[in-house]
Write a protein that binds this ligand. Structure first.
Ligand SMILES: NC(=O)C1=CN([C@@H]2O[C@H](COP(=O)(O)OP(=O)(O)OC[C@H]3O[C@@H](n4cnc5c(N)ncnc54)[C@H](O)[C@@H]3O)[C@@H](O)[C@H]2O)C=CC1
Ligand SMILES: O=C([O-])CC(=O)C(=O)O
Length: 327
């Protein structure tokens, strides 16, 4: 194991997700390698962030090798190996994540440019801030020197939600649920796929044997879970979003489990009819910091229609940010 600290940037570090994410990162959720935190916030939030840093100090985490904070992306991102782009406005009740495009898009233009200029050559960039897929597209487009494969958007929370719902339905432990896939956008159009998922090695859709539940309960529960949490909590999911951000980063850096896959929104190479260049969620395997889209899955008409609908929304979002001059 390298003893050189992994430099991890977190944006929006004084926000709700940050408050959960930073303590998990600092306590070793990405492995034993020491980490150095680089925390970016807007200037008015720096005082709050200083308080969070005091708390991190007070935990005396053995593997926390240093913390730097600031409001200038080019300083904070200097030499980072992993950038977790969380900072963005969350939606409130009655909003869709796409309503945040204009408010949040500009953040990712500037941060893409800054990462392009100063990040380490091996940087990996995970976007959590919404609308995550299109924000990742904006950052990627504004960072032409960083390989496109280094960008991903978070659909791991949806993936974890789908696992949890299926486990509850079948009575199986979550560890028995494998091969889950979220296709498309991190939005209400996403398609959580039970036709390729497995419960203790058996096909999940067959195990459930209830198309009505699959179509009218499972898919909408997973796809609209974010809104249900906003409705119940008054603010959007935070600890679960931080946990999923860590799951995604850990698997990206260290590899997904053998004989399983994970969901990640990554740049499409045209696989499964998703237009090249869109950042869409796929089943992927990861190893040593690289990902590969799982190939050869059969897509029936039911799945095809749902993947196409979510991908059409991604194309609309891309066109909207192109009109705004963000890509
Ligand atoms: N992809 C996913 O699964 C999920 C995504 N989210 C999204 O994550 C984002 C953050 O959520 P919360 O932490 O709850 O929001 P929050 O409002 O509590 O925190 C956001 C933080 O970002 C900061 N910020 C704003 N502009 C910034 C900039 N240019 N640079 C650096 N920091 C900046 C704000 O000052 C604030 O402290 C939201 O867009 C939310 O919708 C939330 C849950 C799940
Ligand atoms: O729903 C939201 O706005 C926050 C989010 O992305 C989620 O919880 O999946």
């Amino acid at each position: 194991m390298s003893t050189t600290p992994l430099k991890v940037a977190v944006t929006g570090a004084a926000g709700q997700i940050g408050y959960s994410l930073l303590f998990r990162l600092a306590s070793g959720a990405l492995g034993d390698r020491p980490i150095e935190l680089r925390l970016l916030e807007i200037e008015p939030a720096l005082k709050t962030l200083e308080g969070v840093v005091m708390e991190l100090d007070d935990c005396a985490f053995p593997n926390l090798a240093g913390i730097e904070i600031g409001h200038e992306a080019e300083k904070v991102f200097d030499g980072v190996n992993l950038a977790l782009l969380v900072g963005a406005r969350p939606r409130g009740p009655g909003m869709e994540r796409g309503d945040l495009l204009e408010a949040n898009g500009a953040i990712f233009t500037a941060q893409g440019k800054a990462l392009n200029a100063v990040a380490a050559d091996d940087v990996r960039i995970g976007v959590t801030g919404n609308p995550a897929n299109t924000n990742a597209l904006i950052a990627m487009t504004n960072a032409p020197d960083v390989p496109q494969s280094r960008f991903s958007a978070l659909t791991r929370l949806d993936h974890n939600r789908a696992i949890s719902q299926l486990a509850a339905k079948t009575g199986a432990p979550v560890t028995d649920i494998t091969h889950m896939t979220i296709w498309g956008n991190h939005s209400a159009t996403q398609y959580p796929d039970l036709f390729h998922a497995q419960v203790a090695g058996r096909n999940a859709a067959e195990t459930v044997g209830d198309q009505d539940w699959l179509e009218n309960t499972f898919i909408p529960t997973v796809a609209k879970r974010g809104a249900a949490i906003i409705d119940a909590r008054g603010s959007s999911s935070a600890a679960s979003a931080a946990s999923a951000t860590i799951d995604a980063a850990r698997d990206w850096l260290h590899g997904s489990a053998d004989d399983d896959w994970v969901s990640m929104a990554v740049v499409s190479d045209g696989s499964y009819g998703v237009p090249e260049g869109l950042i869409s969620s796929f089943p992927v395997t990861t190893r040593d910091g690289d990902w590969e889209i799982v190939q050869g899955l059969e897509i029936d008409d039911f799945s095809r229609a749902r993947i196409d609908a979510s991908v059409a929304e991604l194309a609309e979002e891309r066109d909207a940010v192109a009109k705004l001059g963000l890509i």
